[in-house]
Each structure stands twice: as structure tokens, then as C-alpha cells.
Design a protein around this ligand. Structure first.
Ligand SMILES: Nc1ncnc2c1ncn2[C@@H]1O[C@H](COP(=O)(O)OP(=O)(O)OP(=O)(O)O)[C@@H](O)[C@H]1O
Length: 246
């Protein structure tokens, strides 16, 4: 295993609040690294710092050895950072196919210019691969806005993967899902980890313990603990801060 993402001493303040305070961890290739912690622990802010949505006031973000600290999201994405959002980020008035094609088209960027869509063979091949892999082929011609919640969340992950990122950041991919959609999504994420490094925020502790290779526990902006699922589960500080008992 090699380290894909290195986060070192990352931090940001909002007014008087240290929303993220000196957080460091590594995400290893083809592993699932999951960030957990109570509400307000700083998980989403940490994702925003890593993906360039917010500029850190301290620390570093390195992807495959390249320092990307403080770069805007589009440059992060170009460097190999893929992200799906907690709040849905799809074009509801476009079809499933069109949403994916738009995202995949970035594969065809040559310098600052885009090739015409019909010549984007690599992008089209990627779209076909994704609709199959995400079981969205029967829905390819439907508007994204007409899909079920579970299908929309699945499409979002596919959109984030369209540019063939080195790491995929998934912010609560099972949120609001039924029990069976949650189980399907967990299986899908585990399957994706064969091809892409995954950094996850997830509240469903059953899913977390089941699919994570490495867990980073946050509390009040800081890293409280990290390790394999069994190690984290047994940690007394984690039990008291996160599960509410020691
Ligand atoms: N833009 C902002 N301005 C001011 N404070 C913010 C901002 N974004 C987050 N915060 C604060 O930073 C802290 C961390 O919030 P964050 O949303 O990162 O936590 P979280 O762990 O993702 O929570 P949840 O599980 O509820 O999504 C909280 O105290 C929150 O109120």
C-alpha cells in the first residue's frame, strides 16, 4: 500500500471557533479511510479544506506527493481529487447520461480547450462504463430529477468518479437512504475501493465498521483517535466522546 493523500496539521478558524484544529492523517491507496465524529466535530469542514472549498489557515494537503494546499477546487479536481457532496450536486433537468457526460468531458480537456462532445470518445466510454457499474443503464435517458433518492445519490458518486480521480471523497453517501439502499451503497463503495482510494464521512456506524480499513475519529475539531475499526471501537476516549459511554 502507498499513501495517496497526506493531511498534515490542517486547521481553520471561523471567528472564535477552531472548526478544524491541527488534523493529520494519511489515506492509503485502494483503502477506505472513514472520518467519524459527533455532529459539529468538523468532518465537513475537513472535507472542504481537503477539496479546496475552504482555504486552510494552517497545515498541508498533499496528493500523490504534490502539495495542493490552498488550491481552488477546480485545480484540486484536475490534480485527481474527486468529490461527491452531502447536498445534491446534480443537474436535475438533464438526463442521467447527460450529467455523466458533462462530468466526464473534463477528461477531454486539452490545455484550456474542450473538444466537441461527439469527438469525446474517452469521455463517452467512461460514461458507458459508469452507467453499467452503477446499475443506471436502464435509467440513462431519464431526468436526474426524476430518479429516486437512492438513485440520485448513486449518480452523484458516479459523477464524482467520471474524471478518474486518484481519490474519491464521499460525504455521507448513505444519508437518507432506506436500509436496503444503504446496504447496496456500502457494497458498492467497498467494490469501488478496488480501483480508487476512498475518503468517506459516514454516520451509520454499522457501515463504518463494516467497510472501513482505517478510521479517523474527530471531536471538537481535533483528531481524537485513529486506527483499524476494532482498535477505534475499543478506544475508551472514543467510546466516551462518540458513543456516549466509556
Ligand atoms: N461557514 C462556517 N462559518 C462558521 N462556523 C462554521 C462554518 N462551517 C462550520 N462551522 C462550525 O464549525 C464546526 C464544525 O462544523 P462541521 O459542519 O464541519 O461539523 P460536522 O462534523 O461535519 O457536523 P455534522 O455531522 O453535523 O455534519 C461547528 O461548530 C460549526 O458550527
Amino acid at each position: 500500500m502507498s499513501v495517496v493523500l497526506e493531511v498534515r496539521g490542517l486547521g481553520v478558524r471561523f471567528g472564535g471557533i477552531r472548526a478544524v484544529d491541527g488534523v493529520s492523517f494519511d489515506a492509503e491507496s485502494n483503502a477506505i479511510t472513514t472520518i467519524i465524529g459527533p455532529n459539529g466535530a468538523g468532518k465537513s469542514t475537513l472535507f472542504n479544506l481537503i477539496s479546496g472549498m475552504i482555504r486552510p489557515s494552517s497545515g498541508k494537503v498533499m496528493l500523490r506527493g504534490v502539495d495542493l494546499t490552498g488550491r481552488p477546487p477546480y485545480l484540486m479536481q484536475r490534480a485527481g481529487m474527486g468529490r461527491s457532496f452531502q447536498i445534491t450536486n446534480l443537474f436535475f433537468e438533464l438526463t442521467v447520461f447527460e450529467n455523466l457526460r458533462l462530468a466526464a468531458q473534463r477528461l477531454e480537456t486539452t490545455g484550456r480547450f474542450l473538444l466537441p462532445v461527439r469527438r469525446s470518445e474517452r469521455a463517452l466510454a467512461r460514461v458507458h462504463e459508469l452507467v453499467e457499474r452503477f446499475a443506471l443503464a436502464p435509467k440513462a435517458g431519464e431526468l436526474a430529477g426524476a430518479l429516486s433518492h437512492g438513485e440520485q445519490r448513486r449518480l452523484e458518486i458516479a459523477v464524482a468518479l467520471a474524471t478518474e480521480p486518484s481519490i474519491l471523497l464521499l460525504d455521507e453517501p448513505t444519508q437518507g437512504m432506506s436500509h436496503s439502499d444503504t446496504a447496496d451503497t456500502a457494497a458498492l463503495i467497498r467494490d469501488l475501493a478496488r480501483d480508487v482510494t476512498i475518503l468517506l464521512i459516514e454516520h451509520d456506524i454499522g457501515v463504518v465498521m463494516d467497510i472501513s480499513n482505517h478510521i479517523v475519529v474527530m471531536h471538537q475539531g481535533r483528531k481524537l483517535a485513529e486506527g483499524a475499526p476494532a482498535v477505534v471501537r475499543a478506544d475508551p476516549a472514543v467510546k466516551s466522546a462518540y458513543f456516549g459511554h466509556a
